[in-house]
Write a protein that binds this ligand. Sequence first.
Ligand code: 13P
Length: 256
Amino acid sequence: MSTRKAIIGGNWKMNTNRSGAVALARGVAAESGSCADSVDIVLFPPFPYLSDVAQAVESTSGIGVGAQDFYTEPDGAFTGEVSLAMLKDCGCTWALVGHSERRHVLGESDVLINAKLHAALEAGLNVILCVGETLDQREAGQTDAINFAQLSYGLAGVSAEQMSRIVIAYEPVWAIGTGRTATPDDAQNAHAAIRQSLAHKYGQTIAETVRIQYGGSMKPGNASELLSQPDIDGGLIGGAALKAESFAGIITAAAG
Ligand code: 13P
C-alpha cells in the first residue's frame, strides 16, 4: 500500500430490504467506524434505502454514502429516473459510474458513462469510475487495451484538477460475483497499467495521487494480499459487503 488513503466501497447492488439495510449500515459503523481515520468507507445501498442508511451512519465520521446510478438531467419528464440533486438530498456524496453490470447488463455506452461522470462532478459529488475486461477480452490478451479505452472514453473532458474527486475501480468482469479473484500479480499489473495511462494523460504527479480500487470477489481471506500490492489502493466489494463482519475484515486489512 502506498501513501494514498485506502478506500473501501460496499456496493450492495439490488440487495437488502429496509430493516436489513439499516442493520447492515449500523453494523458497519459499529465494526469499522474506528478504521475510518485510515480508510475511507463508502456504502452504496439501493435507492429506496439511501436516506435510512445515511441517517444510520451520519454520526460516524468517515463513512460516506453513494448512489449506484443516477440520471444526467436535473429534473423533468424522465419517468423512473433519479437526479443527482435528489441523491444529494438523501445524503449521497459519492456516485458509481460505469459499473460492468450497467455496461453489460443494462447496456450503458461509453458516451452515457462519460456524460454521467461529468454530471456527477458538476453536482459536486465524488465519483468511482469502474473499468474492466470480460473473460473473452482477457483471454484474447486485451485487458490493458480495454481498460485504456474505457478510461479514455470515461475520462474524456475531465481536467487534472477534477481527478482529485475521481477514484478508479478496476473490476475484471469475470471476477465479479464468481468467487474467482484476479491473482495479486495480475491485479497489480492491471492497476500499474491503469496508473501509467493516467500518467500519460495527466502527468505522473496526478497519477500518483489517484486511488485505484480492485473489485471482484474480494473477501477477508484474500484482501490483505491484494491490498498489499503497490498500486492497489482499496476495494469495491459486492457480496462480502452484505455482511458487516466480512466487510469489516476487508476494511481491517485495508487499515493495515
Ligand atoms: P463481488 O465482490 O460480489 O464480486 O462484486 C464486485 C463488484 O461488482 C463491486 O462493484
